[in-house]
Design a protein around this ligand. Structure first.
Ligand SMILES: [Fe+2]
Ligand SMILES: [Fe+2]
Length: 230
């Protein structure tokens, strides 16, 4: 059986078969990580200090709370830019395409977050509120401001920071699957399967999420070279 791709849903990237997912995970593991910029390196260090080096559902959930905010910041800046430039419809159209892309990526991260939340619920463990709910919101708020500021000053800087973040996420998910063979024994047919896709196992689900992160990284790297509009 392969991952379902019979429904096309907003915010979802290409769905891969079991074989493709395993190949893409291997490709990630064989690819060296990007050299993270100081801001990204600081964030990863902070996450290890707060949540431990071990890859867990709870730590990934924190990662996904933060992952959405650069897209929200870019959407906001681009939307304001449309307001300023709508007298030039062709140009405004190009900016709006950027708005739509940010929304799509933001939605994709949202599914990742909701799936992790669902898996943590199933485990029935309650994580400490301050460390796992409040602090991630504070980090996400600061990360939003940084992404926004970098984007306004020089969009390529903001895209680069996000590429570092997505590269980190891609590798972390691939390692998580490699380190936890039991994920290949657990079926996934959760609350969000209709929208995000159905996967035979949690291993394939996380391989798909890791693949999404790679797509996000590649889109950010591509956007670094795109002409600016702000
Ligand atoms: Fe994600
Ligand atoms: Fe991502």
């Amino acid at each position: 059986m392969t991952a379902s791709n019979d429904s096309v849903v907003f915010g979802v990237t290409e769905r891969l078969s079991n074989e493709q997912l395993a190949d893409e995970q291997a490709r990630t593991l064989a690819t060296p990580r990007r050299r993270a910029s100081p801001a990204a390196a600081l964030l990863f260090m902070m996450m290890d200090l707060l949540y431990g080096k071990r890859r867990t559902f709870a730590k990934f959930r924190v990662l996904e709370v933060i992952a959405r905010v650069p897209y929200q910041a870019w959407e906001h800046v681009a939307y304001v830019a449309v307001t300023h430039r709508y007298s030039e419809p062709k140009f405004a159209r190009r900016i709006f395409d950027r708005v739509a892309e940010s929304r799509r990526q933001q939605d994709n991260e949202q599914w990742h977050l909701l799936i992790l939340e669902e898996l943590l619920h199933e485990e029935g463990r309650r994580e400490p509120y301050i460390r796992y709910r409040l602090i991630p919101q504070v980090i996400a708020f600061a990360y939003y401001q940084l992404s926004w500021l970098l984007y306004v000053v020089k969009p390529a800087w903001s895209y680069r920071l996000n590429a570092d973040f997505e590269d980190h996420a891609e590798h972390e998910y691939a390692l998580f699957v490699a380190e936890n063979p039991s994920l290949a024994e657990r079926p996934y047919d959760g609350l969000f399967a209709e929208e995000y896709g159905r996967f035979d196992t949690l291993a394939d689900l996380f391989r798909q999420i890791g693949y999404d992160e790679r797509m996000h990284k590649l889109e950010s790297l591509e956007a670094m070279d795109a002409p600016r509009f702000t």
